[in-house]
Design a protein around this ligand. Sequence first.
Ligand SMILES: NC(=O)c1ccc[n+]([C@@H]2O[C@H](COP(=O)([O-])OP(=O)(O)OC[C@H]3O[C@@H](n4cnc5c(N)ncnc54)[C@H](OP(=O)(O)O)[C@@H]3O)[C@@H](O)[C@H]2O)c1
Length: 249
Amino acid sequence: MKIGIIGVGSIGSTLAKRLPAKGHEVKVANSRGPETIDADLLANGAQAVTAEEAASDVDALILSIPLAAMPKLAPIIQALPDETAVIDTSNYYPHRDDAIEAINNGQTESEWVVEQFGGRTIAKAWNAVLAGVFADQARESGDPERIAIPVAADDARTGEIARSLVEDTGFDAVDAGPLTESWRQQPGSPVYCTSLSADQVVDALARAEKDRIPPRRDLAIGVIMDRADDPSMTIDADYLTELNRLIYG
Ligand SMILES: NC(=O)c1ccc[n+]([C@@H]2O[C@H](COP(=O)([O-])OP(=O)(O)OC[C@H]3O[C@@H](n4cnc5c(N)ncnc54)[C@H](OP(=O)(O)O)[C@@H]3O)[C@@H](O)[C@H]2O)c1
């Protein structure tokens, strides 16, 4: 498949290495220009380009940028042909992204993103896996330790493409339903960055309680910020997974 990736930070950098290794033709972009992209990320064959070039002539375009930057990509997204599947990894954290009133009032993050793109639909994928887990814990299909990732989408073909790419990155993909239900995989939900199996993801999505999710998200951030200055603490993927299981589970 021809794939563009916009955003090569903590999540996008792993996508940039893993998808070419599965035989995909991959172009990657950031906000500062192709010359600023680490050669390391291109080791498996991804090509560094501008954001406009990353979106040109691709079957799938993956957005792995901060949610607050989405409006800046609207012209690129709105110019895409209908067949291009747009897949978004983003999450909303009010302390980081500034308050977005509609999301604070209950609109799902993905429906807000779709609005920024003038109605162009997306899939939400890879948002509920910690960057450290995504980088280090890929497994072959069938491995009993393989972690699962929820994928929400309104359009059947976009969802199918997103799920097949999630599988190609070394994780089981679970159909999490339409974007109206994607609050079930937002920060603070039982499935969010808790490293669950496919069966556990199905159960966690069903158990999610909408009103409890934002306060639990903020509680976890409060704990992390409180501990961040403590030199005796190691806040790594294992710590965050345990914390998330405790608070979100
Ligand atoms: N970190 C995690 O554990 C994690 C897990 C799951 C999902 N997510 C979500 O996935 C998204 C990416 O997270 P991250 O941690 O990978 O972020 P990050 O490390 O901050 O990287 C963000 C990337 O987006 C690029 N970018 C920002 N604005 C852009 C624009 N207008 N045009 C093109 N590129 C732009 C940045 O390029 P420059 O450096 O050139 O500005 C950078 O490559 C976020 O929405 C985050 O919430 C993160």
